[in-house]
Design a protein around this ligand. Structure first.
Ligand SMILES: Cc1cc2nc3c(=O)[nH]c(=O)nc-3n(C[C@H](O)[C@H](O)[C@H](O)COP(=O)(O)OP(=O)(O)OC[C@H]3O[C@@H](n4cnc5c(N)ncnc54)[C@H](O)[C@@H]3O)c2cc1C
Length: 304
């Protein structure tokens, strides 16, 4: 059993106890985490994560928290938020280095200012570099690691570089469970500023059409099965207009949930219903993209 004093010895960053997670989530829902930390910088982050691993304390990394749902009773472990302290972006020629907590929007703005193209398909997407790489996100046929030269990670307590594979989307999931993303180096294409801005605008318009704007909502609830679209399967199953308490399926993008004074349990139940209805109608058990923590049955997404 560790104590607050033990944790304070290993971090110079923020430590809060019993912190409500609704404050940090894109859908503004979530019970408390026993420990909530914001490491000061990358070094601090690595020591905190290593300490929790070594001492068997359950912990979850979060950055933008669009795919993490914590129950009303809370998560008996630590939530480590790297967005404030581990989010620097720098560049050298056409290589941009982004720390895991950097927001995708900030990264794209930075690339525009450097005249570098490649990241525009992710315009308008809530989330951070680390979360997107851990979940192997894609948008408009682009994969987040398409332009990644390598990813700096922590694996079994060791900091190492993992080179990007050249394989298909599926084989690009080169991280293994519990890997921690620290930084990604993207090799991008020099391009005229106006062209990048036009391309960014095009993707932003596309994205805003398929996601609720100005309404608190989750990221994708289910991962696309090979050769299928989770969204299409959900739509075909007729759950499009479904609600449970304050949680409802987003009309135009039924793989997202919106929250309107929803409790974590409302969200969790609706997620289970969606899963079970698709299973019944299509015989397919969808893999969860969302990570549900502290519920009677934990639904663990595929990321760390
Ligand atoms: C309305 C909306 C629409 C979206 N549409 C799209 C879309 O069309 N295409 C798309 O690609 N994405 C989309 N997203 C984003 C996507 O669903 C994920 O939410 C996002 O990529 C996850 O990033 P995050 O920073 O929010 O991660 P979090 O929700 O904080 O974390 C997600 C998972 O990643 C893990 N994780 C976080 N950081 C790290 C790290 N540094 N190392 C290892 N593991 C880590 C967490 O433990 C967790 O398991 C959308 C999001 C929203 C809110």
């Amino acid at each position: 059993m560790i104590s607050t004093a033990d944790i304070q010895k290993i971090t110079r960053g923020v430590l809060r106890l019993n912190e409500p997670m609704e404050r940090y989530s894109t859908f503004m829902v979530g019970g408390p985490a026993d420990y909530y930390l914001e490491p000061l910088n990358q070094e601090d982050f690595v020591s905190v994560a290593t300490y929790f691993s070594d001492n068997g304390v359950p912990f979850v990394l979060c950055s933008n928290k669009s795919n993490i749902l914590v129950s009303e009773e809370g998560f008996r472990g630590a939530v480590i938020n790297i967005e404030p302290g581990v989010s620097a972006i720098s560049s050298s020629q056409n290589v941009v280095s982004a720390q895991a907590g950097a927001k995708l929007g900030k990264l794209i703005d930075y690339c525009v200012s450097c005249g570098l193209s490649g990241m525009e398909p992710f315009a308008g997407i809530a989330g951070t570099v680390g979360g997107a790489v851990a979940m192997n996100r894609r948008s408009s046929n682009a994969c987040i690691t398409d332009h990644a030269e390598h990813v700096e990670i922590v694996r079994s307590g060791q900091v190492m570089l993992v080179a990007n594979g050249n394989g298909s989307y599926e084989t690009k999931r080169f991280l293994v469970e519990r890997d921690i993303v620290l930084r990604v180096k993207f090799k991008l294409i020099s391009s005229a500023n106006n062209d990048i801005l036009t391309s960014r605008r095009k993707f932003l318009i596309q994205q805003n059409k398929k996601q609720p704007v100005n309404i608190p909502s989750t990221g994708s609830i289910f991962r696309d099965p090979p050769q299928e679209s989770a969204e299409a399967l959900i739509r075909d199953s007729g759950v499009k207009k479904w609600t449970h308490g304050g949680a409802s399926v987003v009309d135009d993008h039924p793989n997202l949930l919106r929250a309107d004074n929803a409790s974590p349990e409302d969200m969790f139940r609706l997620i289970r219903i969606m899963h079970d209805v698709v299973l019944e109608k299509h015989g397919l058990s969808l893999e969860y993209d969302v990570r549900c923590l502290g519920f009677e049955q934990e639904l663990i997404g595929t990321a760390a």
